[in-house]
Design a binder for this molecule. Structure first.
Ligand code: NAD
Length: 354
């Protein structure tokens, strides 16, 4: 397969970790007989330094012309004094909205070798944690009508969804479940909110198209408890924007390893933007210390969701598991007494296991 991938290394550790993901992708391409054409795009602080703005029209056009985008991270103290609209983080919003990405995938996985990093007890995570939060990204209360009364004593925000918005993300969740344990849990507040009742109605109507997937429902307050009490009961958690914002952070914290978690932002076709959930970690940039695994796993998600290359995606995930099992640890995931490797060695060790 021919793949056109836009690379957005960004700032801080971004270039360090994207380089390792490319190393692993190149290895996959040569092992499985694919051709990858990369195009590097400036976004974030580096773009501010070069062009005065966090994302140029040219950069966005280059991203649009690719099949998928792999992003490192943006931001850092150098640009912290800039006003909101000029800050590096605006590049992320510009890319997400400019590319029409309405669906966010946030996997949370606990690797047995790193179980000690989880704040939860062994008895809880012992059953395994491997779940995917599917969050709606462009609708709901964050984008609904809002305002204040004339006297300023009252304020309101509106949660609004259309059947179309719910259907297109529910399809993404069902399709992801087909590649996993075939279980979707719709998380909502249907006992109170009319918009949640529309979610239930719409997702239930779609379920017969995916007969191999089990669909169940959970209120968001219960889901937030179940995530820490028995996370193994979840496979795919489908939810609206604000609930997803909160639950995806909760889910990632139960793994305890920020350097290991990836995310994907998708739209209706196969295009997607893939990135680690952590930031640009300016404190360790350019020192060969950063953990590249979240970005390497983002590249695996890219192969799975944008190119339907399931075998290749699994090859990367298996290589990560095997490297962890063999004691490969960057500083952030090592416990006392364990040998620590640098960013490059970690990437090389994973690449060699493809
Ligand atoms: P951060 O995630 O960059 O760092 C938090 C802590 O985790 C730091 O101690 C850092 O060293 C460590 N860390 C993060 N990623 C790591 C990795 N791969 N390997 C080892 N250690 C890692 O969050 P922050 O310090 O709040 O933010 C730093 C900058 O990143 C800010 O400018 C912020 O705006 C930006 N940021 C960007 C994104 C993004 O690009 N998606 C997300 C969050 C924050």
């Amino acid at each position: 397969m021919d793949m056109k991938i836009a690379l957005v290394p960004g700032d801080g550790i971004g270039p360090d970790i994207v380089e390792e993901a490319v190393r692993v992708l190149d290895r996959v391409a040569s092992k499985f007989g694919h051709d990858i054409e990369y195009k590097e795009i400036d976004a974030g602080g580096i773009s501010i330094d070069k062009y005065g703005i966090p994302l140029t029209e040219d950069a966005l056009e280059s991203a649009k012309a690719s099949d998928a985008v792999l992003l490192g991270a943006v931001g850092g103290p150098r640009w912290d004094s800039l006003p909101g609209a000029k800050r590096p983080e605006k590049a992320l919003l510009g890319l997400r909205s400019g590319l029409g990405l309405f669906c966010n995938f946030r996997p949370a996985v606990i690797y047995p070798e790193l179980a000690d990093a989880s704040p939860l007890k062994d008895s809880i995570i012992g059953k395994g944690v491997d779940l995917l939060v599917v969050r709606e990204l462009t609708g709901g209360i964050y984008f609904g009508e809002r305002g204040r009364s004339d006297d300023g004593e009252e304020a309101y925000d509106t949660m609004r969804y259309s059947r179309m918005e719910i259907t297109r993300i529910a399809r993404k969740a069902f399709e992801a479940a087909m590649l996993r344990k075939r279980h979707v849990t719709l998380v909502d507040k249907a006992n109170v909110l009319e918009s949640s009742r529309l979610w239930r109605e719409t997702v239930s109507a779609l379920a017969p198209s995916y007969p191999d997937v089990t669909l169940d429902f959970m209120y968001v307050d219960n889901a937030s408890m179940q995530l820490v009490q028995d996370p193994s009961r979840f496979d795919v958690v489908l939810t609206e924007n604000m609930f997803g914002d909160i639950l995806s952070d909760e889910a990632s914290m139960i793994t305890g390893s920020i350097g290991m978690l990836s995310s994907a932002s998708l739209r209706e076709d196969s295009f997607g933007m893939y990135e680690p959930i952590h930031g640009s970690a300016p404190d360790i940039a350019g020192q060969d210390i950063a953990n590249p695994i979240a970005t390497i796993l983002s590249a695996a998600s890219m192969l799975r969701y944008s190119f339907s290359l399931e075998k290749e995606a699994e090859a990367i995930e298996d290589a990560v598991k095997s490297a962890l099992a063999d004691g490969i640890r960057t500083r952030d995931i090592a416990v006392e007494g364990e040998k620590i490797v640098g960013t490059k060695e970690c990437g090389r060790e994973i690449g060699e296991r493809i």
